[in-house]
Every structure is written in structure tokens, then in C-alpha cells.
Ligand binder design. Structure first.
Ligand SMILES: [Zn+2]
Length: 223
């Protein structure tokens, strides 16, 4: 058995949330195998407890901050990139994608007059730009109202947030384009989502499914 296989599902979920493994898809692959033997409920409860630990530490001090990410909670470095702001209000407030380029994690912060509140915690999968030149981030912690879209993935292309992909149980993708995330749109609205993907996005999604299928299978069981 490898070092990973000896660990419990909860410990493996801790590794993922805290990005303490070089290739996170390898960790997901081990969890996927454990799901066959231990069952989806064991995977679900393993992630639930890991999420709870993660929310208490290290995320607790990053739930509400000034302006957004300045130092990363994991590496404590300021190698931060802002990838775009959606749902932009006339005064410039909105939902901002903050990324640590070292750890490849992101936090979507709701900015309201410099006060930033956590909306979503998201984790990069695979290598940067691995999927038709795009990067996929799994949304590990989302607002309750977005439960109906899980599992979902934020997509970054050439440093810019281009939208969100969601899968149903048959791996059929839906896409919410960054440009559709406007001030007049509710965050959990169904209407701006489309199953009509551009060729470029469809190629990216197909390549992601091919590489990350075990991750998607487990993420589907977490709903
Ligand atoms: Zn970091």
C-alpha cells in the first residue's frame, strides 16, 4: 500500500482542503477507490468532518478580511493574483476571484466597501492551463444556495476568470459565463447557465473529464 492508501478518508480530505500533496488528483484517485469499498456515505462524512476542521483552522481567520486575500492562509506568501470581479455593482463592489499562485487555491470574496466576506473556497486541479489552455478549480466550499449546482468548477484562462462549469450525474456540463454574472443577476439564478458550450470550452471540459473523472465521481457523491 502507498502512503496515501493507508490514510483514512477524513485524512485524505484534509490533504486536499489544505493542499498538502503535490498531485491532488492522485489523492482523489485513492478516495475514489475507497468509495468502492467503504461506500459513498463514508466519503461524505469524511469530507464533512474535514470541512469542519478546515473552517475552524486555517480558514477561520480568512472568512472576513479587508480587501480580500493579502497573505495566503497556507504558504503565508503574497504571491496573490486577482482574476476578475463579477456581479459588479455601480460602486465597484462585487465578487472577486483571489488566487494564491503558489498553492493554486482561490477564494471568491464578496466585496462590500472594502469588507471582503468569503463566498467560495476553491482548489486548483491538475497543472496550470492543463485543460485546453485553461485551469480548473474545484469549488470545495460554496454558499448553501449553490448546492443545486454542485459539483462545480471555476475556470481560469490566461489569468482571467472566464466562468463556472457544473456537472450532473451523467457528466453533462453546464456553463455560467463570467460575462453573465452581472449586477442584476442573482448568484443562484438558473437562467444564465447554458448547456451550449463554445467549442473552446467544450474541448477544455472534455479534457478535464478525461483526466479528472475520479475526482468528479467523488465530488458527485458529496452533493
Ligand atoms: Zn499559498
Amino acid at each position: 500500500m502507498s502512503a496515501l492508501e493507508e490514510r483514512s478518508i477524513g485524512q485524505l480530505a484534509d490533504l486536499i482542503l489544505n493542499v498538502r500533496w503535490q498531485d491532488l488528483l492522485e489523492v482523489w484517485g485513492v478516495i475514489r477507490k475507497k468509495m468502492d469499498t467503504d461506500g459513498p456515505d463514508a466519503v461524505k462524512s469524511g469530507f464533512q468532518s474535514a470541512r469542519q476542521r478546515f473552517l475552524e483552522d486555517p480558514l477561520e481567520n480568512h472568512l472576513e478580511v479587508r480587501w480580500g486575500m493579502s497573505l495566503c492562509m497556507h504558504c503565508n506568501d503574497d504571491n496573490i493574483e486577482k482574476n476578475g470581479i463579477s456581479y459588479v455593482q455601480p460602486n465597484g463592489d462585487g465578487l472577486e476571484f483571489n488566487q494564491c499562485l503558489n498553492c493554486r487555491i482561490g477564494i471568491l470574496y464578496n466585496l462590500v466597501s472594502a469588507n471582503a466576506k468569503l463566498d467560495t473556497y476553491t482548489i486548483g486541479l491538475g497543472k496550470p492551463e492543463q485543460f485546453n489552455g485553461m485551469s480548473f478549480f474545484w469549488n470545495a466550499i460554496v454558499p448553501d444556495s449553490l448546492g443545486k449546482f454542485q459539483p462545480s468548477y471555476e475556470v481560469i484562462s490566461i489569468g482571467q476568470w472566464v466562468g463556472t462549469v457544473s456537472f450532473d450525474a451523467s457528466y453533462t456540463p453546464r456553463f455560467l459565463a463570467f460575462g453573465k454574472m452581472t449586477a442584476s443577476t442573482e448568484r443562484d439564478a438558473e437562467e444564465p447557465w447554458t448547456s451550449d458550450l463554445s467549442d473552446e470550452m467544450k474541448t477544455a471540459v472534455d479534457s478535464f473529464i478525461e483526466v479528472a473523472r475520479p475526482q468528479i465521481e467523488v465530488a458527485l457523491a458529496l452533493r
